[in-house]
Design a protein around this ligand. Structure first.
Ligand code: UD1
Length: 355
C-alpha cells in the first residue's frame, strides 16, 4: 500500500508518530508537511522527539488568512498527489491542512482516510468545526476516537464508512511517556515541584483575538496566586504584546512564561501538574488520561466524555469561573471512560490494508 500522509500543525505531528511507525513496517509512506507550522518549536522539535521520518516534502505554505492558507495548500498538495499516486491519503484532526488534504485527494478520486473523524463542537464560528464537517463528508474511511464521534457521523448519514478505533493520541502517550521521563526534566528546568503548580496553554482565536477574553483569562491567572507555567503559542504572544499584557505577566510572581514546549516536556509537565488550564483539545484528553483536573477555557468542548466523567469543567473566558475552578475544582471520582487501548494505529493500518 502506498500512503500519502498530510500534516502541517503541531497536534498532527503527534498523531502521525504512532501511525507512521506501524504503517512503515509493511507499507510505503510519503509524508507531506504543508508548512502551516514552521517555527522550530512548533514543528521541527516534534520531529526530533517523536522519531518520525523527515517529511518527503515541505510545501512551505506558512501563515495567512484562513482561505488563502487553505488555497495555497490545495494547489501544492494536488501536485504532490498526482506525482506520488498514493492508494490512500491520510489526514489528521481538524486543521486547515486536514481540509486541504482531504479536498485535494477527493478531487483526484484518491480514497481519503480521516483520523479523528466525527468530532463536533457544534460551534461553526470555529474554523476547525468547518474543517471537520467537510473533511468527514468527503472521506472514505472515518476513523473515530469515541462512540460519541460515531453517533455524530450516524446522524449525518456517514455510518457506512465509520470505524471506532480509539484515539491515536493514547498510542502516542503510552509510547512516549516513559521516554519522556528519561529524556527531559522540565520540572528542574522551571524549578517546579510535582503537584505544586498548574499548566496553562491558550491558542484558540476565540481567546487570543479577543481583547476582553484574553484580559479576563490573564487577570484570573495573575490573581489566583497559583504558580502557573504558561508556554505560549506565537499567536498568543503576538496578542499579549498587542494588548500590553506581557509586562504584567513578566513582573508577576506566579505566572511563568515559556516558549512553546516540545511534546516530551509537555507530557511530564501535564502528568505532574495540579491542574491544567487550556483551550486545546489534545490537552483536555491528556489531562483526563493522567487524572489531572482540567479547566477548559472555552464554552464548549468536542471531548464531552471528560466533562461527563467530572474531570473537566468549562469556564469559557469568565474570570470568576476560572478563579473558582483554580481554587475549588477537585474531582475525586474514578474515571470509567477510556479513549483507547493504545492500539488505535494498528487498527487503522489493519482496516486500510484489508480494503
Ligand atoms: C492551528 C489549527 C488549530 C490547532 C493549532 C495547533 C487551523 C484553523 N487551526 O491553529 O486547530 O489546534 O494549529 O497549534 O488550522 N505562527 C507562528 N509560527 C508558527 C505557526 C504559527 O508564528 O510556526 C503564528 C502566526 O502568526 C499565525 C498564527 O500563529 O498567523 C496562527 O497560526 P495558524 O497555523 O493559522 O493557526 P493556529 O492558531 O496555530
Amino acid at each position: 500500500m502506498k500512503v500519502l500522509s498530510v500534516i502541517g500543525a503541531r497536534p498532527q505531528f503527534i498523531k502521525l508518530a504512532p501511525l507512521s511507525r506501524i504503517l512503515r513496517k509493511n507499507h510505503q509512506e510519503y509524508i507531506v508537511h504543508t508548512g502551516q507550522h514552521y517555527d522550530y518549536n512548533m514543528s521541527q522539535s516534534f520531529f526530533d522527539d517523536l522519531e518520525i521520518a523527515a517529511p518527503d516534502k515541505n510545501l512551505g505554505v506558512g501563515s495567512d488568512t484562513q482561505s488563502a492558507q487553505t488555497a495555497k495548500m490545495l494547489v501544492r498538495l494536488e501536485k504532490e498527489m498526482i506525482e506520488y499516486k498514493p492508494d490512500v491519503v491520510v489526514v489528521f484532526g481538524d486543521t486547515n491542512s486536514t481540509l486541504a488534504g482531504a479536498l485535494a485527494a477527493s478531487k483526484l478520486n484518491i480514497p481519503v482516510a480521516h483520523v479523528e473523524a466525527g468530532l463536533r463542537s457544534f460551534n461553526r464560528k470555529m474554523p476547525e468545526e468547518i474543517n471537520r464537517i467537510l473533511a468527514d463528508r468527503i472521506s472514505d474511511f472515518l476513523f473515530c476516537p469515541t462512540p460519541t464521534a460515531m453517533d455524530h457521523l450516524k446522524r449525518e448519514g456517514l455510518s457506512e464508512h465509520s470505524f471506532l478505533v480509539g484515539d491515536v493520541m493514547v498510542d502516542a502517550l503510552n509510547y512516549f511517556s516513559e521516554i519522556a521521563q528519561k529524556k527531559v526534566d522540565p520540572l528542574n528546568r522551571f524549578k517546579l515541584t510535582p503537584k505544586n503548580y498548574s499548566l496553562a496553554t491558550i491558542h484558540r482565536a476565540v481567546n487570543t483575538d479577543n481583547d476582553q477574553n484574553l484580559q479576563n483569562i490573564m487577570s484570573a491567572f495573575l490573581e489566583s496566586g497559583e504558580v502557573i507555567i504558561f508556554p505560549i503559542h506565537p499567536r498568543t504572544r503576538k496578542y499579549l504584546q498587542e494588548y500590553g499584557l506581557v509586562d504584567r505577566i513578566e513582573t508577576s510572581d506566579n505566572v511563568i512564561l515559556a516558549e512553546p514546549l516540545n511534546y516530551l516536556e509537555m507530557l511530564v509537565l501535564e502528568k505532574n501538574a495540579r491542574k491544567i488550564l487550556t483551550d486545546s483539545g489534545g490537552m483536555q484528553k491528556e489531562a483526563f488520561i493522567w487524572g489531572v483536573p482540567c479547566i477548559t477555557l472555552r464554552d464548549e468542548t468536542e471531548w464531552t466524555e471528560t466533562v461527563e466523567e467530572g474531570w473537566n469543567v468549562l469556564t469559557g473566558a469568565s474570570q470568576d469561573k476560572i478563579l473558582s475552578a483554580i481554587s475549588g475544582f477537585n474531582p475525586k471520582k474514578e474515571r470509567s471512560f477510556s479513549y483507547g487501548d493504545g492500539k488505535s494505529s494498528e487498527k487503522i493500518v489493519g482496516i486500510l490494508a484489508e480494503d
